[in-house]
Ligand binder design. Structure first.
Ligand code: ADP
Length: 789
């Protein structure tokens, strides 16, 4: 060791000068130094010189003038001086620095003055770093207690000092505070050692702690003080580990939790000494508190949510259940055997294989989620369970247990099923209801349309969304479209009619209601109102045609009456004329000239009267007789026929059965409804007049090529072939049924009406079997007809 020590020149400078003894023999000196304790006899022959020469301590002996009397070789090595050269000289004489000379002088003076040993430490800087030395300065006394020499033994204490410093450093760096606590038998206590952490932990300085341990005691929370004392007392008595947690109060009023541990040791004087480690566990306590709260909440959650929790130990296949598990499976704690088999017995047979497979999966994959299965409770009740599980591994990653959660989801499943049922019902309604339903998002994009919507309007959602402005498809007219958009966004309650263009190019009459949803989307509900509109129009048409028929009947009655009156008015003058003419022709020779003149005058007078009558007739310009110009208007021929049949049926009562047939190819056409009424009225009245009671009269409306065909058939008396050529002549009457009134004008009027329509009338008849009149009119479909076909 010594050999490795090198002293730098500078250090050498600092090395104190030592006086050497010059006047005493070494042996004598050594004998004095080592006289006690006396060496054992067998060691007495060991030369002391060797001990002095081989010690690693430096040994120097001085006289009272501080001259070196003896220097051992190590000092020579350290100082770099020859020990023999040093003998008899002082430090000063050896050229030691002034500072060193003074240092040693003052120390030796103290030794001389007190006759007491002095220990001084000093340090050097060496090439290996700072080193610390300790010198023991001892006065050597003679028998009279007078100092004769001064002995200095110097030792390198760098290592022990470093160790102590390191220990202190460790103590100060520990995450807590090191406290040595000593309790004396009389109850007094003290702190032999405390680490620096006392400042932060107890807000007491190290010095204060050493001086007054009461300062540390004062920090103990009053509520904990008594128990704290007891814990120390108990540990002192039993010498068992002191392990205690207590609270202290800080200057700012806050509280800290401290944990202390230390094994007590009984000292010779009966005191007890603990070397303790105190830790601030406030954070841990808070955490512990939070953890406890969390666990409480978790337990509450498990109870409230009725979570069944299970744990399966892999080593012994034991299955542990909490109370909720028992509740879910419908078994009591007493009946529960914690083996895997009893559980699998409760699984629904159809789900068992699946569940065992899932359980296996947990071990492999580490976890499974939301596995749904059925169980059968001991009472037979089938429950739906949802489970999740995790595997727990040991440090070698072997699965040691599985832990899982079960929830009874039967009620949820049932209400889910109900919801699904309602959902399916709603979907089915939406899909099948003859109402158009469309869902628009907040940006006006179409998200959904139902089947009826597609049936009516043609476009699918995909087709619509390919369009920049799908509404332009329904409402080609920009102004009309604006109105529709305004209505849609206003989301006003109620319906509003819109004409919508379809993909097929038609225009549909529709009515729309708009419903705004909370998320900004809206639902449009639309009805096809073509039928409604048509029905409304039909009702109007029917009303119009009933009125028209009424007028026609009045007209016809007027004509009849007029002709009857005319006949009556003409009958008298014509019979007078006839009589006068008979007398004249029969008795012309027998009567005289006056009588003849009288007859002729009568004839002239009556002719004049007839002429007057006929002139008056032309002057009157009787409206019932005017030859009305053709006035074509869209007329529903079905309705005109129906109204006519119904009216005549009502007037004839049960006498005849009137039937209307149509091929439904014609309804609206451009005709003169007054004339059509006139045609039908005459033909049907004739059919009634010339057919027997209870027989059938059929009116047919049909379309043949571009002709509108009206046919009236009866099973009446028929018309003989020779008459057929004349029946359309005005006033032509066949006297087969003289009791039947008639003017012979009806058919001629019919013919006139048909011809004014550019049509033709045909008749087929068989005497005794019946007659069919067929009228063909050119068919001009009206715009209304076109729109609705
Ligand atoms: P009216 O019926 O007033 O005599 P019409 O011009 O209507 O005059 O008819 C002319 C004649 O044609 C009738 O007198 C009748 O003899 C005959 N006739 C018309 N319709 C029928 C019919 N459906 N069946 C048989 N004879 C008919």
């Amino acid at each position: 060791m010594v050999n490795t020590l090198t002293i730098e020149p500078e250090i050498f400078q600092r090395l104190h000068n030592r006086a050497t003894l010059d006047s005493c023999s070494t042996d004598d000196l050594l004998m004095r130094l080592l006289d006690s304790p006396p060496l054992p006899a067998h060691l007495s022959n060991i030369p002391y010189q060797k001990l002095l020469e081989h010690t690693t301590d430096t040994i120097s002996l001085f006289d009272l003038d501080l001259r070196y009397c003896y220097v051992n070789p190590i000092l020579g090595v350290l100082t770099g001086l020859n020990p023999t050269d040093m003998i008899g000289k002082t430090d000063q004489e050896l050229g030691m620095p002034e500072q060193n000379v003074t240092f040693w002088k003052s120390n030796w003076q103290t030794v001389i003055a007190t006759k007491q040993e002095q220990i001084v430490t000093f340090d050097f800087l060496t090439s290996k770093g700072a080193r610390v030395y300790e010198s023991r300065l001892t006065p050597i006394l003679d028998d009279n207690d007078a100092i004769i020499y001064l002995l200095a033994i110097t030792r390198d204490i760098t290592e022990p000092q470093r160790t102590e410093e390191m220990l202190r450093d460790i103590a100060n760096r520990l995450p807590g505070m090191i406290l040595s606590y000593r309790l004396k038998p009389n109850g007094e206590d003290e702190v032999p050692f405390v680490s620096a952490a006392v400042t932060t932990l107890f807000e007491v300085t190290v010095e204060e702690a050493y001086a007054n341990i009461g300062k540390i005691w004062a920090k103990v929370h009053p509520d904990d003080l008594e128990k704290f004392r007891e814990s120390i007392g108990e540990s002192a008595e039993t010498l068992m580990l002191w392990d205690y947690e207590w609270r202290i109060r800080m200057n700012d009023g806050s509280t800290k939790w401290i944990s202390g541990r230390g094994t007590p040791r009984r000292l010779e004087d009966g005191s007890t000494l603990w070397n303790t480690l105190l830790l601030d566990i406030t954070d841990y306590k808070t955490l512990e508190h939070q953890q406890k709260e969390l666990i409480d909440q978790l337990e509450l959650l498990i109870k409230t949510a009725k979570l069944g929790i299970w744990r399966l130990e892999m080593t012994n296949a034991k299955l542990e259940w909490n109370d909720q598990m028992l509740e879910i499976y419908g078994i009591t704690r007493e009946a529960y055997t914690n083996d895997l088999e009893s559980w699998t017995d409760l699984l629904h047979p159809d789900d068992r294989a699946y569940i065992l497979e899932q359980l296996n999966k947990v071990s492999v994959d580490g976890q499974i989620f939301d596995v749904n299965y059925r169980i059968i409770r001991p009472d037979g009740d089938i429950r739906y369970v949802m489970g999740s599980a995790n595997s727990i591994h040991d440090d070698k990653n072997r699965v040691i247990s599985l832990i899982g959660v079960n929830m009874d989801v039967t009620d949820i499943r049932r209400s889910d099923a109900k919801l699904q049922q309602i959902n399916e019902m709603l979907q089915s309604i939406i899909e099948h209801i003859p109402v158009m339903i469309a869902l628009f998002d907040e940006n006006g994009q179409v998200r959904f349309v139902n089947r009826y919507w597609i049936d009516q309007l043609g476009w699918t959602v995909d087709e619509l969304n390919q369009e920049a402005d799908p509404l332009a498809l329904f409402y080609p007219d920009p102004d009309y479209r604006r109105q529709a958009v305004a209505y849609m966004s206003s989301a006003q309650p109620g319906w509003r009619d819109f004409e919508i263009s379809t993909q097929r190019g038609q225009v549909l009459d529709t009515a729309w209601a708009s419903v705004r949803l909370s998320d900004g989307s809206s639902i449009g509900i639309g009805q096809q109102i073509t039928e409604r509109k048509r029905a409304e129009q039909m009702a109007l048409e029917k009303e119009r045609l009933i009125a028209s028929l009424k007028m026609e009947k009045e007209h016809s009655a007027t004509v009849q009456r007029f002709i009857a009156n005319l006949a009556h008015d003409l009958r008298t003058p014509l019979s007078i004329i006839g009589t006068s003419r008979d007398i004249l022709s029969r008795y012309f020779e027998r009567i005289d000239a006056d009588q003849r003149r009288e007859r002729l005058e009568t004839i002239t007078k009556q002719l004049h009267y007839v002429t007057e009558l006929l002139n008056d007739l032309t002057l009157i310009n009787y409206p019932a007789l005017d030859s009305r110009s053709l006035q074509l208007s869209p007329t529903n021929l079905v309705i005109i026929c129906q109204v006519m049949i119904q009216d005549i049926q009502e007037s004839v009562g049960v006498g005849h059965r009137l039937i209307f047939n149509t091929d439904q190819l014609v309804d609206f056409a451009l005709v003169d409804d007054v004339l059509i009424n006139r045609i039908l009225l005459n033909l049907l009245t004739n059919a009634v007049k010339y057919s027997p009671l209870k027989s059938e009269i059929i009116l047919r409306l049909s379309k043949r090529d571009d002709q509108l065909v009206l046919q009236v058939s009866d099973h009446g008396i028929g018309i003989a072939d020779e008459d057929l050529a004349h029946i359309f002549d005005p006033h032509y009457r066949i006297n087969s049924l003289p009791e039947v009134d008639g003017t012979g004008l009806g058919l001629s009027i019919v013919k006139d009406c048909v011809e004014r329509h550019n049509g033709q009338i045909l008749v087929e008849s068989s005497v005794g079997h019946g007659t069919t009149f067929t009228i063909e009119l050119p068919l001009i479909l009206s715009p209304v007809q076109k729109e609705w076909s």
